[in-house]
Design a binder for this molecule. Structure first.
Ligand code: GLN
Ligand code: ZN
Length: 763
């Protein structure tokens, strides 16, 4: 009998119930009791959804983040919150977001301004975890209450519970030492707490524990490999079976290490790490379970069950009871239930599977393996029909796009002249002062803008009224910028709800869900558009708006586009062709838009690549391949223009050291980046590389409502000018201003323009 199990279920709820419960609590509208109760209900519902499995995850639910949960379980709380009052959930939220609940904090007159923990991306996903803080003095102590409570809840409901925890090595590898010490040195102090936790779970009736060690799919140096061996030897005597879970990639050189850990079972990502499967089977001792993650936990496509069974049945023969099957990783990364979707195109809907549907696929597979395919004939046939329909659909394959792709010529990637020649031509007709000022694109998305958009989508406001309202916003942005004295203006992006969705909605080949939310961090969810078919651009997407904006001013108006790599990285993508192919199609569509903008007289065009860095593969050895095609796609999109047209790009981060060569290869005339919080030190990468083109290092942090001081921005730019020749510097904020209020934007930009004037005067 092959067992079926799951590594984790999305916790936000099919209607984002968790988000609304969290936010109500944070606003002080509900009690801690009500919030906890919302958690109980969600867990209960989610366990019901999984009841057909042989083992159901427990402890995967979280009120904010699973790493933060683990820090609390291990008693590793930042010292700054230790003495603070309230429920332990309040301290939990203080670490997560700097405060617990607005009202409670204000009433108690305390705790305001506790620094929130740092947040960073969970491997190559768009989920963000709270980084555990450690130092050489960190001590751990067990608090198993969360896991024990949830285990008791599950047992009371008759759930076949399998507690899920983060493993000790992944925990330490993802920790950050505040004092420069090596987190691995804490292992001897940490392991006894893990041993205690495992014994406690065993006593509470758990038979298996899933212990997540995803760092096994990354490059590990000898110390860490050794630590894996010693740690699991030390935990071996615990009276419970351990399933070490790895996911998101291939074990490769760590396969031997993983296969030989003294544990009862190993879970592999059989989608992204399919090549590990046979070698690992060969290495795995006879008594160990091998769990294969055969249903993709990172995308929203149906699984080809027949194809999978053809591959899996011989393995099941060979492994017998030792084979388990599961999704490749936690289903945290996919939306909850396709059943909620009423507006999705019916044909496309038959091709998709969200978390609930993926677990149904798993059940069908389990039955087919254990009782024979005949036992699930109908389900298998329906699956096959859906597959055949997707493969044959003319909406997936567009011959004209295929043809255009085949015609891509390396010349498409090249500007006519070198940067130096272009820069001279652009200077001659843009006629900008030194230290030119600009912004990153968006201006405040006011309540009025959002209201009109909602009404337009609901059909209560017609297209003309909507267009007029957006034009008024654009006109207002232009007036404000002229009054401020900015040099290169933007239209303000009033008409865009989201920088990817806006383009996706206008491209052929994209579909949109109503409830396809995926947790990004805390209560924040994103609804990635679904890239299902060949991409084409039936008509211009931005030319009307930008052209209108340009008609209102004599200053250069910067056209604003999202780049192909960012659109790709923030979408659910196809599994029937490589990412690079989808990206090239997007690049051709954006290229057409760039050329149309140029044709319409727009002489500065910004192509945002906010998510370029996010797409980097987990293993460094694969970075170059990704960077090569990503940069090529940007160049295809950007480089069709004449020398006089100035191409900008923007990236919302600042770590460029390891990718600077590729950034330079993009060859944008101007790049704007985030730097203000680092005191311009992050320009070092550009300095050392002798980055040749213009740079706009963000001079103030748009995430904060604080108004930046002129003198401070002048100082920052002087520091920048120590690294980059002044004639190649621009002055701009860190990122777009859509989350700010006009009352904040106006004084901030006014000070920024004053800083530019001071610098020009003293040049
Ligand atoms: N142009 C976009 C804006 O200004 C860029 C946003 C981003 O980089 N995330 O909002
Ligand atoms: Zn940005």
């Amino acid at each position: 009998m092959a067992w079926t199990h799951n590594l984790g279920f999305p916790r936000i709820g099919a209607r984002r119930e968790l988000k609304f419960a969290q936010e109500a609590y944070w606003k002080g509208q509900t009690s801690c009791y009500e919030l906890k109760n919302a958690g109980v209900k969600l867990r209960q519902r989610h366990w019901q959804e999984q009841q057909q499995l042989d083992l159901v995850p427990v402890g995967d639910f979280s009120f904010y983040d699973q790493m933060l949960d683990m820090s609390f379980t291990l008693g590793n709380l930042p010292r700054r919150v230790l003495a603070l009052p309230g429920d332990s959930l309040d301290n939990y939220f203080r670490v997560a977001r700097g405060r617990s609940s607005q009202d409670a904090e204000e009433q108690a007159g305390c705790c305001d301004g506790v620094a929130a923990g740092e947040m960073t991306k969970w491997f190559d996903t768009n989920y963000h975890y709270i980084v555990p803080e450690v130092d050489a003095d960190t001590r751990f102590s067990l608090d198993a209450s969360r896991l024990l409570d949830q285990l008791a809840e599950a047992h009371a409901l008759g759930v076949n519970a399998k507690p899920v925890i983060i493993g000790p090595l992944t925990y330490l590898a993802l920790s950050k030492a505040q004092d420069g010490s090596n987190p691995l040195d804490l292992l001897p102090r940490l392991l006894p707490v893990y041993a205690q936790l495992l014994s406690t779970l065993a006593k509470a009736g758990a038979q298996w524990v899933q212990i997540d060690e995803p760092i096994l799919v990354s490059e590990l140096d000898a110390d860490w490999q050794h630590a894996f061996n010693t740690s699991y030897h030390e935990l071996k005597s615990c009276p419970i079976k351990l399933l070490v879970a790895t996911y998101f990639g291939q074990l490769k050189e760590n396969a031997y290490l993983a296969a030989n850990l003294p544990v009862a079972g190993l879970h592999l990502d059989a989608i992204n790490g399919k090549d590990d499967v046979l070698p690992v089977i060969g290495m795995l001792a006879e008594h160990k379970v091998l769990s294969l993650g055969v249903i993709n936990g990172r995308n929203i496509w149906k699984t080809d069950l027949i194809g999978l069974l053809d591959w899996l049945e011989p393995l099941a023969q060979r492994l017998g009871e030792r084979l388990w099957i599961a999704p490749s990783c936690s289903l945290l990364h996919v939306p909850v239930d396709l059943g909620s979707e009423t507006k999705l195109d019916p044909e496309i809907k038959t091709w998709l599977a969200f978390a609930v549907q993926k677990l149904e696929e798993l059940r069908v597979l389990g039955v087919a393996l254990n009782q024979g395919r005949e036992a699930v004939t109908d389900a298998l046939q329906a699956n096959q029909r859906a597959f055949a329909s997707r493969r044959a659909s003319t909406r997936v394959t567009n011959p004209a796009v295929r043809e255009a792709l085949a015609q891509i010529d390396p010349r498409l990637e090249h500007r006519h002249s070198t940067y130096a020649k272009r820069a001279a031509r652009q200077a001659a007709h843009l006629n900008l002062p030194s230290y030119p000022t600009t912004t990153i694109g968006s201006f405040p998305q006011t309540a009025e803008i959002r209201q009109v958009r909602r009404q337009f989508k609901a059909g209560t406001v017609d297209a003309d009224t909507y267009k007029q309202a957006m034009r008024e916003e654009i006109a207002r942005s232009v007036r404000e910028q002229e009054a401020l004295g900015l040099d290169v203006l933007v239209h303000g992006e009033a008409e865009r709800n989201d920088m990817v969705e806006y383009f996706g909605e206008q491209l052929e080949g994209y579909a949109f869900s109503q409830f396809g939310w995926v947790q990004s961090y805390g209560s924040r969810c994103v609804k990635p558009p679904i890239l299902f078919g060949d991409i084409s651009r039936p008509q211009a997407m931005t030319v009307d708006w930008i052209g209108y904006a340009q008609s209102l001013t004599n200053k250069p108006m910067k056209g604003m586009l999202t780049g192909p790599v960012t659109i790709l990285n923030w979408s659910f993508v196809r599994d029937d062709q490589p990412r690079s192919e989808s990206c090239k199609q997007l690049a051709l569509a954006i290229r057409q838009e760039v050329l149309d903008l140029e044709q319409a007289g727009v002489r500065v065009i910004q192509i945002d690549e906010a998510a370029l860095r996010e797409g980097l593969p987990l293993r460094r050895t694969q970075w170059q391949d990704y960077l090569d095609w990503a940069v090529a796609c940007f160049r295809i999109a950007a480089n069709g223009v004449s020398d006089e047209t100035q191409i900008h790009t923007h990236m919302c981060y600042s770590e460029f050291n390891d990718i600077i060569q590729s950034i330079a290869a993009m060859d944008a005339d101007v790049i704007t980046i985030e730097t203000s919080r680092s005191n311009m030190e992050l320009l070092d990468a550009f300095e050392h590389f002798e980055y040749p083109n213009d740079i706009g290092p963000g001079v103030y942090d748009i995430h904060s409502p604080n108004i930046p001081d002129t003198g401070w921005m002048v100082e920052l730019m002087r520091k920048a000018a120590e690294r980059i020749p002044a004639e190649r510097l621009w002055i701009n904020p860190d990122c777009g201003l859509k989350t700010r209020q006009w009352d904040e934007v106006r004084p901030a930009l006014s000070n920024m323009v004053a800083a530019a004037k001071t610098l020009r005067a003293s040049a």
